[in-house]
Design a protein around this ligand. Structure first.
Ligand SMILES: Nc1nc2c(c(=O)[nH]1)N[C@H]1C(S)=C(S)[C@@H](COP(=O)(O)OP(=O)(O)OC[C@H]3O[C@@H](n4cnc5c(=O)[nH]c(N)nc54)[C@H](O)[C@@H]3O)O[C@H]1N2
Ligand SMILES: Nc1nc2c(c(=O)[nH]1)N[C@H]1C(S)=C(S)[C@@H](COP(=O)(O)OP(=O)(O)OC[C@H]3O[C@@H](n4cnc5c(=O)[nH]c(N)nc54)[C@H](O)[C@@H]3O)O[C@H]1N2
Ligand code: SF4
Ligand SMILES: [Mo]
Length: 725
C-alpha cells in the first residue's frame, strides 16, 4: 500500500456539515481521504464528495498564474483570450482600475462578492478591504441566494438566524419535520444521523416535500404539497393546533408575544381550505399538526424548499409560528434548524460578508459598533449606509450605479436566476475581477483572474452549519503560483491605499491566519473565547463563546431569544411566483444531486463526474407518456427567459406537472430558465417555482460522439479558454 508522506486533519470543503477529514498526501497530491472515528461532527462518516471529490485540487485546469484578458475591446461574452502576468503586474492593474473607479464614481460603485468556500479569516480580510479601503458596504455573498428567506424570517420572529440545535443532538430526536431539504443528497452525513434517530431511537419523522426524496422512505408521514404552497400548510397546521388547544400555554405566556392577534388571524385557514391549495389531504395536515404539537420534544429541519421562494420569509415565519406556539424551541432536541449549505456559508456571514453587518452581526448603522471598528482599523470613519445585496448589485450593474465587481470565489453566472439578464448586466461593467481556483462561467467574462489556493493549501477556519468553528490545515504547497485569498487581498489593499493616498495602515501585515483570527476575536464578543490553541485541543467550538473558560453554545435560546420575546406573525396566503399557464404548462423546480456542487467547478473536475456525467430533467411517467418521451431522449425545456436542451429521466420523484433540473451543468444551465423576481423582504429569488414547456427534440447538432453533448459546451467546463504565452 502507498505510504503517505503525511496525513493532515482538516475540514471537508463541500457542505455545511463540516466533516472532519484526514488528507493522505503523497508527492503533494491528496491520494486518499479518510475520516477520524473519534472526531465530531461526523464520527468516521463521510459522503461521496468528501471521500472521493477532492481530486479537483490538482486538476490541470487550476489557474496557476494571474491572467489578464487580452481581448478586452470585445464584448465580454466573446471567448476570452488570456495572457499570463506576474502577481505585481496583475495586482497593480487591479489596484489602478479600482482606484480610478472609486475616485471617479465613489466607493459605492464597487461591489465585492465574498466567498462561502474560503475561510473565515479570508472573508474577514475581504470585507475589511471593501469597507475600510474602498469605503462601501457593498459586500454580500451566495447566502443571499440561499438562506436569505430563512434569515429574514428568523430575525423577525426571534432575532437570530443561526441553527438552534447541534448535529450531536440529532440521534436523540423524538419527533422531527424535514421540509424543503433533500437531506440525503445535500447534507448526507446529517441525513445519516436523522435516519439513525428513526431506526434506533424510534423517532417520528414527518417529511413535507413535493418530491419523493429518499427521506420519505424513513417518514411516518409524508405530505406532498404542490410546490410553492407551504404558507397554506403551516397556517392550516397552526389552525389545527389552536382549535384543538394543543399549544403550550406556559411557553406562550413566558417567552412570546402576539399570540392572541395571531390566533384571530387564523380564521378560515382550515385544513380543508389548505387541501384545496396544497393538494395535501386535510386529515394528513391534522395528523402532522397533532404529531408535532403533542411530541415531548420536536425539531424542524429545512432547506431551500422553504427559503428560495418569493414568499421565503413567510414560509419561515410559518414554521416559526408553529415552534413558538408548541414551545418547541430552547431545549435539546427542539428547535428551528435551517441547514447551512456551503462549507463556510455560516462563517462567511459571521465574518462580515454581508452588506449590513460586521463580524457576528454587529450592525454597520450603529454608531458604537462603527467607532469600535474604525478605531481598530485606523480609519477616521466608516460608511454607515448598509450596502446592496447580490440581487440588487446585478441590477445596479445594469443601471450603471455599479461599475466594478470583485468576485472572490463565487460563480454568479451559474448561480444567479435568469442568466441571460445577469449576463447582460455583466456586459455593462467597467471591471470584473475573479479571484478563484478555476476559471468558472463568471471568469469567462472577467478582465483578470487572480489564482487562489484551495482549502488543501492553506490554514484557517470554517464554521459549519451548527456554528462550530473548526480548523482547516494546509496539506500541500500552493498549486502553481496561486496564493491564499487573505494574502492576495492584503497585498492588494496596501496597493489601493497607496494609490488612493490613504494613510497606509499596518492593518494588512498578517503573517498567518491565526493573527487575523486574533483581530476578529478582539472585535467580536461572541468569538472571544475561541483561540487556535483551543481549536487544536478541542477540535471545534460552537460560538457564541464569550470567554476562554466558556464551553461554547451547542444549542440556543434556552433562556431567551435575542429579540427578547419570540413574536408571532400573522400571514396571508398568496403567491407572486410565475405559475404554469397554457403557454408554459409545467412547473420547473431546480436544485441539487448528490454527486455535484453548484456550477460544477470542483465536482466536474473530480472523479465524481463519472458517476453523474450530464444534465438530466426529471419528468413524471404520465407527462412522459403524453410527450412521447423515454429516459435518455433529448428534451428542450423553455421558459419566457430562455431554453436549454438536456436528456429526460422519467421518474416518479417529481409529481405530475412538475419537472426538476439540477443547476450543476453549464451546457444546460437551469438558471437560463429561472425567474429573477424575488421575495420583497429577503431579496431571494424563487428557484423552486417558474413556468416552462417541454418538447422532445433531436440531439444537439455538433455532438461529441462519445457523449452526444455539444462540443462547444463541454469545452467550456473542460478547458481554460485560450491562453497565449
Ligand atoms: N450534493 C450537493 N450538496 C449540496 C450542495 C450541492 O450543490 N450539491 N449545495 C449546498 C448548498 S449551498 C445548499 S443551500 C444546500 C441545499 O440543500 P437542499 O435545500 O436540500 O437542496 P435542494 O436540492 O435545493 O432541495 C430542496 C428541497 O426542496 C424541495 N422543494 C421544492 N419545492 C418546494 C416547496 O415549494 N416547498 C418545500 N417545502 N419544499 C420544496 C425539493 O424537492 C428538495 O427536496 O445543499 C448543500 N449541499
Ligand atoms: N437554479 C438554482 N440556482 C441556485 C440554487 C438553486 O437551488 N437553484 N441555489 C443557490 C444557492 S443555495 C447557492 S449557495 C448558490 C451557490 O452559488 P456560488 O457560490 O456562486 O457557486 P459555487 O459554484 O459554489 O462557487 C464557488 C466558487 O468558489 C471557487 N472556490 C473554491 N474554493 C475556493 C477558495 O478557497 N478560494 C476562492 N477564491 N475560490 C474558491 C470555486 O471554484 C467556485 O468557482 O447558488 C444558488 N443558485
Ligand atoms: S456530508 Fe458534507 S461535509 Fe461531510 S463529507 Fe459530505 S460534503 Fe463533506
Ligand atoms: Mo446555498
Amino acid at each position: 500500500m502507498l505510504q503517505a508522506d503525511q496525513v493532515v486533519r482538516s475540514t471537508c470543503p463541500y457542505c455545511g456539515v463540516g466533516c472532519q477529514v484526514n488528507l493522505h498526501v503523497k508527492d503533494d497530491h491528496i491520494y486518499r481521504v479518510s475520516a477520524p472515528f473519534e472526531a465530531a461532527p461526523n464520527y468516521g462518516m463521510l459522503c461521496v464528495k468528501g471521500r472521493f471529490g477532492t481530486d479537483f485540487v490538482n486538476h490541470p485546469d487550476r489557474v496557476r498564474k494571474p491572467l489578464l484578458r487580452v481581448n478586452s475591446g470585445e464584448p465580454r461574452s466573446a471567448r476570452p483570450v488570456w495572457r499570463e502576468a506576474s502577481w505585481d503586474e496583475a495586482l497593480d492593474f487591479v489596484a489602478g482600475r479600482l482606484t480610478d473607479i472609486v475616485q471617479e464614481h465613489g466607493g459605492d460603485s464597487v461591489a465585492g462578492f465574498a466567498c462561502a468556500k474560503a475561510t473565515n479569516e479570508e472573508n474577514y480580510v475581504f470585507q475589511k478591504f471593501i469597507r475600510a479601503v474602498l469605503g462601501t458596504n457593498n459586500v454580500d455573498h451566495c447566502a443571499r441566494l440561499c438562506h436569505a428567506g430563512s434569515v429574514t424570517g428568523l430575525q423577525l420572529a426571534i432575532g437570530s438566524s443561526a441553527m438552534s440545535n447541534s448535529i450531536a443532538e440529532m440521534e436523540q430526536l423524538d419527533t422531527f419535520i424535514v421540509t424543503g431539504s433533500n437531506t440525503t443528497e445535500t447534507h448526507p452525513v446529517i441525513s445519516n444521523f436523522l435516519k439513525r434517530a428513526v431506526r434506533e431511537n424510534g423517532a417520528n419523522l414527518i417529511v413535507i416535500d413535493p418530491r419523493k426524496i429518499e427521506m420519505t422512505d424513513f417518514a411516518m408521514l409524508w405530505l406532498r404539497q404542490r410546490p410553492g404552497t407551504d404558507v397554506a400548510l403551516w397556517q392550516a397546521m397552526a389552525h389545527v393546533i389552536v382549535e384543538q388547544k394543543l399549544y403550550d400555554e406556559d411557553f406562550i405566556q413566558e417567552r412570546t408575544e402576539g399570540f392572541r392577534d395571531y390566533t384571530a388571524s387564523l380564521k378560515g385557514f382550515t385544513a380543508e381550505w389548505a387541501e384545496g391549495i396544497t393538494g395535501v389531504p386535510a386529515d394528513d395536515i391534522r395528523q402532522a399538526a397533532r404529531m408535532y404539537a403533542q411530541a415531548p420534544t420536536a425539531s424542524i429541519y429545512w432547506g431551500m424548499g422553504i427559503s428560495q421562494s418569493t414568499h421565503g420569509t413567510d414560509n419561515t415565519l410559518g414554521v416559526t409560528n408553529l415552534a413558538l406556539m408548541c414551545g418547541h424551541v430552547g431545549k435539546p432536541g427542539t428547535g428551528l434548524n435551517p441547514l447551512r449549505g456551503q462549507n463556510n456559508v455560516q462563517g462567511c456571514s459571521d465574518s462580515g460578508g454581508l452588506p449590513n453587518v460586521f463580524t457576528a452581526y454587529q450592525r454597520v448603522d450603529e454608531e458604537e459598533v462603527r467607532q469600535r471598528f474604525s478605531a481598530y482599523w485606523n480609519r477616521a470613519s466608516l460608511n454607515p449606509e448598509p450596502g446592496l445585496t447580490v440581487t440588487e448589485l446585478v441590477d445596479g450593474a445594469l443601471t450603471g450605479a455599479i461599475k466594478a465587481f470583485y468576485i472572490m470565489g463565487e460563480d454568479p453566472l451559474t448561480s444567479e436566476p435568469n442568466l441571460n439578464h445577469a449576463k447582460h448586466a455583466f456586459e455593462e461593467l467597467d471591471l470584473i475581477v475573479c479571484q478563484d481556483i478555476f476559471i468558472n462561467s463568471t471568469g469567462q467574462m472577467a478582465d483578470v483572474i487572480l489564482p487562489s489556493s484551495s482549502f488543501a493549501e492553506k490554514d484557517g477556519t470554517f464554521t459549519n452549519s451548527d456554528r462550530r468553528v473548526q480548523l482547516v490545515r494546509q496539506a500541500i504547497p500552493p498549486v502553481g503560483e496561486s496564493r491564499s485569498d487573505w494574502l492576495i487581498i492584503a497585498d492588494l489593499a496596501r496597493r489601493v491605499e497607496e494609490k488612493l493616498g490613504q494613510l497606509t495602515s499596518a492593518g494588512w501585515d498578517y503573517s498567518h491566519p491565526s493573527e487575523i483570527w486574533e483581530e476578529m476575536r478582539a472585535l467580536t464578543p461572541d468569538f472571544r473565547g475561541i483561540t487556535y490553541q483551543r481549536l487544536e485541543r478541542e477540535g471545534g467550538v460552537h460560538w457564541p463563546c464569550p470567554s476562554e473558560t466558556h464551553p461554547g453554545t451547542p444549542y440556543l435560546f434556552a433562556e431567551s431569544f435575542p429579540r427578547g420575546r419570540g413574536k408571532f406573525w400573522s400571514l396571508e396566503y398568496g403567491t407572486d411566483s410565475e405559475l404554469p399557464d397554457d403557454e408554459f404548462p409545467f412547473l420547473l423546480s431546480t436544485g441539487r444531486v448528490l454527486y455535484h456542487w453548484h456550477g460544477g467547478t470542483m465536482t466536474r473536475r473530480s472523479k465524481l463526474d463519472e458517476a453523474w456525467p450530464e444534465a438530466m430533467v426529471e419528468i413524471h411517467p404520465a407527462d412522459a407518456l403524453t410527450h412521447d418521451l423515454s429516459t435518455g431522449d433529448w428534451v428542450e425545456v423553455a421558459s419566457r427567459r430562455g431554453a436549454i436542451k438536456l436528456r429526460a429521466m422519467v421518474t416518479g420523484r417529481s409529481p405530475e406537472g412538475v419537472v426538476f433540473i439540477p443547476f450543476h451543468f453549464v451546457e444546460a444551465a437551469a438558471n437560463i430558465l429561472t425567474d429573477d423576481r424575488t421575495d420583497q423582504r429577503a431579496k431571494i429569488p424563487d428557484y423552486k417555482v417558474c413556468a416552462v414547456r417541454i418538447a422532445k427534440t433531436k440531439a444537439p447538432a455538433a455532438a461529441d460522439p462519445a457523449t452526444e453533448q455539444p462540443l462547444e459546451t463541454r469545452g467550456a467546463i473542460k478547458d481554460q479558454a485560450n491562453l497565449i504565452h
